[in-house]
Design a protein around this ligand. Structure first.
Ligand SMILES: Cc1cc2nc3c(=O)[nH]c(=O)nc-3n(C[C@H](O)[C@H](O)[C@H](O)COP(=O)(O)OP(=O)(O)OC[C@H]3O[C@@H](n4cnc5c(N)ncnc54)[C@H](O)[C@@H]3O)c2cc1C
Length: 289
């Protein structure tokens, strides 16, 4: 389908980009990789009168790795994450999850900021941001602020962003380097075809204490419900326990019982309930291996 008509601006400063969005509040949209926005416009799900292209804004395509964690600029593309060798140790869970995003062409264009702002319930990066307790830095006409991932995703394609706000950075807390061997993690998802959005996915990590028991367990789920979410009751079942086949089996069953999937055109609720239990089992088994 042809796109609806729109005006186009390509500012070179963040200040100008925010001003353009603010001047047309609600009727203008940021354009990053265009991989979600263009299809939305073609299907008339979105019809902004003005697109504010972010590609010439300086400093938004950097990946910073330091003792403070990993910072991904909003215009960092999936391909940049894949190509950054530092992330294999600086954030292996992120790297593993991003490997599942979309197809080759889309991975060359799609961005961190676009994925967070689009907030697809099955998208990998929002799930990682939530599971890892990341923060999202944004700039709007009222200035800069940071939003916790737990407060950012409000529902399907709905976030806490104001109409004039632009995401500038995703901040992931440090992945322990000195305790690398005691941090265990796994990422698993299932999609009908490689590169499709997941029917469901699971990100999990925990640390082993001195007696080889789990602590600090984080389990996040994508593709179930209207936004990514954690499973606190299931996480609590693992903390203080040795991770073995029996505990993993119990947790997988508890996960299936804890989630509340809906029927949709891709799968029944019962299928997704069973699927997510299996994915938790696989993620924890690979984490423990
Ligand atoms: C066939 C197909 C398969 C896909 N499969 C997957 C998948 O498996 N997993 C997955 O995660 N994604 C998938 N995607 C989506 C893809 O990852 C997109 O690239 C991503 O969701 C949006 O990023 P973008 O840079 O293209 O954003 P755009 O399409 O440019 O923008 C998306 C939305 O975000 C807003 N926006 C963009 N950048 C900012 C910013 N910095 N600040 C504020 N708002 C901003 C835009 O205004 C728009 O509302 C798929 C897409 C397609 C077409």
């Amino acid at each position: 389908m042809k796109l609806p008509q729109f005006e186009y601006a390509c500012p070179t400063t963040l200040h100008d980009a925010v001003a353009l969005l603010a001047a047309r509040a609600g009727d203008a949209k940021a354009l990053a990789g265009g991989q979600s926005l263009m299809p939305m416009m073609a299907f008339r799900i979105a019809q902004p009168a003005l697109l504010v292209d972010l590609r010439k804004l300086p400093g938004l395509r950097e990946i910073k790795v330091s003792g403070d964690g990993v910072r991904l600029g909003a215009m960092v593309r999936w391909r940049d994450i894949e190509d950054d060798a530092r992330l294999a140790s600086a954030h292996p869970l992120l790297k593993a999850a991003i490997a599942h995003v979309a197809h080759y062409q889309i991975r060359n264009r799609g961005t961190v900021g676009g994925s967070l702002a689009h907030a697809d319930p099955a998208a990998e990066l929002p799930g990682i941001a939530l599971t890892c307790e990341a923060e999202i830095a944004v700039m709007g006409k009222g200035g800069a602020r940071t939003i916790k991932a737990t407060d950012f995703f409000l529902g399907a394609l709905t976030t806490a962003l104001e109409a004039d706000e632009i995401i500038t950075e995703l901040r992931l807390p440090p992945w322990p380097q000195e305790r690398a061997k005691s941090r265990r993690w796994g990422f698993q998802e299932f999609a009908r075809r490689r590169g499709d959005f997941a029917m469901a996915g699971v990100a999990a990590f925990y640390d082993l204490d001195n007696s080889n028991k789990a602590m600090n367990t984080h389990i996040g789920v994508i593709g179930i419900g209207d936004r990514p979410h954690r499973l606190p009751a299931v996480e609590a079942m693992l903390n203080g326990r040795a991770i073995d086949d029996a505990s993993i089996e119990r947790v997988a069953a508890a996960t299936s019982a804890a989630v509340e999937p809906q029927d949709d055109i891709h799968a029944s609720a019962a299928y997704r309930r069973a699927l997510v239990g299996t994915l938790v089992e696989r993620a924890l088994t690979s984490a423990a291996a």
